[in-house]
Design a protein around this ligand. Sequence first.
Ligand code: ZN
Length: 219
Amino acid sequence: MEDQLGSSIAVRLLPAPSWCAGASCNASAAIDFDGRSLCLDHFLPACIHELELRNARLRNLPFDAAATEEFKAFVTNCAQQAEKLAEKLVEKSADKLNEDARLRRAQAKTSLLDFLLRISQLTQQIRRSPRVTSSIAVWLRREDPHQTWHEETWTVSTSRHGAALLCRRPVEKGGTVVLCRKDKGSRATAQVVYSRRDSEGRKQIGIQFCDPINFWDLD
Ligand SMILES: [Zn+2]
C-alpha cells in the first residue's frame, strides 16, 4: 500500500455472493475492495482508513492536480458503492424478515449512513485548487558528496509545507536540496517527495521543507 498516490483502488459491489475475506469473519461479502471481498462491517472501516490515509498524504504534499482528481474520483466511487448497498438493503421487504434480521439491517443502515456522512466531511476537506499558483525564482542546490550541482529554476505551485518546482537535473525521491529565493536571498533545506514529468513533459519535483517555516510568505 506504499506510494499509491498515483494508483487507484477498485471498489465495486460483488455480482455474486461470496464469503468475507476479513479475519475469522463468517459473514457473506457485499463489496469488492481492492480485490478483497468484504462484508459491510469489514468494508466500511477499511475504506475510511484508506480514504483518510490518502487525504492526509495529499494534504502534506505540494498541490498535485492529477492526484487530487484521482482521489476525488475514488471518494465518489466509494460513496456510490455505499449508496447502492444501502438501496439493496431497502429492497428486501421488511415484513419477511425475522426480528434478528430486521435489527441487523437497521444497524447496517446506520453504519452506512455514518460512512456517507464521514465521506461528505472528507470531500469538503479535499483541496480544490492550488493554495497559490506561483512562479517564484529560486536557486536549487543539491549537496551530496557524489552529486553537487545547482540550477536556476522557479516554482510551479507553493504551499505552507513545500512546493512543486521545475528541475532539469536528476534528483531522486528522498534526496535533500537547498532552496534559495532569488528575490530575498532566504534559504531553506527541503526533502524531495516526488519527481516526475508534468503534462507538458517538463521534469517537476515536489519538495517538503525540513523545518516548519513560512518560506513563501503565505498568509
Ligand atoms: Zn467480514
